[in-house]
Design a protein around this ligand. Structure first.
Ligand code: AHN
Ligand code: ZN
Length: 338
């Protein structure tokens, strides 16, 4: 802050000197101030490429369901780490055997890509990359034990973040950014086995919160992208996010509105959702929000396709990916203003 003030004064003095020495016309203080503020980096946000994000979603789905302990899961995990590396991130692959609700040992991998790793001002962006081994909300009970494509539930958040990572590699955002793809979020107790058990979900996040990839990991705030790719998605202000990070909710929703994405980012409260952000908040004391497609009309709060065989590429829409991706990019590149 202090440094910024000094810099601003320096610029101001330089501009003033320039206008007095080099130019014959005298400039008022007001004009010089305007010039300084025009030089501020608020127009430098790159354009989020929705075609590119769509391709990253599609590429994940093409592996098949990314269920832990399958070859599709392993291959996709390697793909995600290599993409982050290609974009210039410092990549950590955190492997662990995590215990599922039914005692299955899950060979899980959290994938972390750090940009500007030495900067202690940091933003954490995250999504889960695994897909659910069950379709326990499918209208046809014969499908309940089938894994889902997880085009929206899993691949969409990761696809948007890969495009953000690509942009970060091309233009320095001037802040530290960590992108984490968490594993084993969606292996929670299926409805045909037992009632809802929160701690059987988000296993990768729970592990990372206790064992961060760097000791004493800190970020100023975090943003979770969960189910951010379907046509006509609606993002309501989620209750835990509002309680724990109200200023980040306001920042993100007002940024979206200013960019013209108000039809996606609804100015109303949604439900309280147990999701990866909750464990990052609790475990690391980092204020986090969840951008998640929420349907107040449905009985479970999520989209009609949620945890069914219909969560596939047919529902993925570039315009929704753009709304979310551009909004998050704007927040990252404009953080000096806030
Ligand atoms: C529940 O299952 C209620 N938690 C929402 C987290 C989730 C599951 N996100 C995607 N799949
Ligand atoms: Zn899910």
């Amino acid at each position: 802050m202090k440094q910024k003030t000094v810099m601003t004064h320096f610029l101001y003095i330089a501009l003033l000197a320039c206008s007095l020495v080099a130019c014959s016309q005298t400039k008022s203080k007001q004009e010089d101030k305007t010039m300084v503020s025009q030089a501020a980096p608020n127009t430098g946000t790159p354009s989020f490429n929705a075609d590119s994000a769509y391709m990253y979603v599609e590429n994940q789905v093409k592996f098949g369901p990314r269920v832990p302990n399958t070859t599709a899961h392993k291959a996709c995990g390697n793909y995600l780490a290599s993409e982050l590396r290609r974009f210039g991130a410092k990549v950590y692959e955190q492997e662990a055997t995590l215990t599922a609700y039914d005692n299955t040992g899950l060979e899980a991998k959290n994938i972390i890509g750090s940009f500007n790793p030495e900067n202690d001002k940091r933003i954490l962006l995250f999504a889960h990359w695994d897909s659910r081994p069950y379709s326990d909300h499918d209208p046809d009970p014969a499908n309940h034990r089938k894994p889902i494509d997880g085009a929206d539930d899993g691949a969409s958040g990761v696809g948007a973040l890969l495009e953000i990572a690509r942009q970060l590699g091309q233009k320095d955002p001037g802040t530290g950014v960590d992108i984490i793809f968490f594993d084993a979020e969606d292996y929670g107790t299926p409805e045909f086995v037992d009632d809802y058990k929160p701690d059987t979900w988000c296993l990768g996040t729970q592990f990372w919160a206790k064992n961060p990839h760097v000791p004493n990991y800190r970020a100023d705030f975090g943003i979770l992208l969960d189910m951010v790719g379907v046509k006509k998605a609606t993002f309501f202000k989620e209750v835990t996010s509002l309680r724990k990070a109200p200023n980040i909710v306001e920042l993100v929703w007002s940024t979206a509105r200013d960019l013209g994405y108000g039809k996606y980012f609804i100015n109303a409260t949604g439900g309280a959702i147990t999701d990866d952000h909750e464990y990052v908040i609790k475990g690391r004391n980092i204020p986090c929000i969840d951008i998640i497609n929420y349907d107040p009309e449905s009985d479970h709060g999520f989209g009609w396709y949620w945890h069914t065989q219909k969560d596939n590429m047919d529902n993925i829409d570039r315009e929704t990916l753009k709304a979310v991706g551009q909004t998050v990019l704007e927040v990252v590149y404009n953080r000096k203003k806030k």
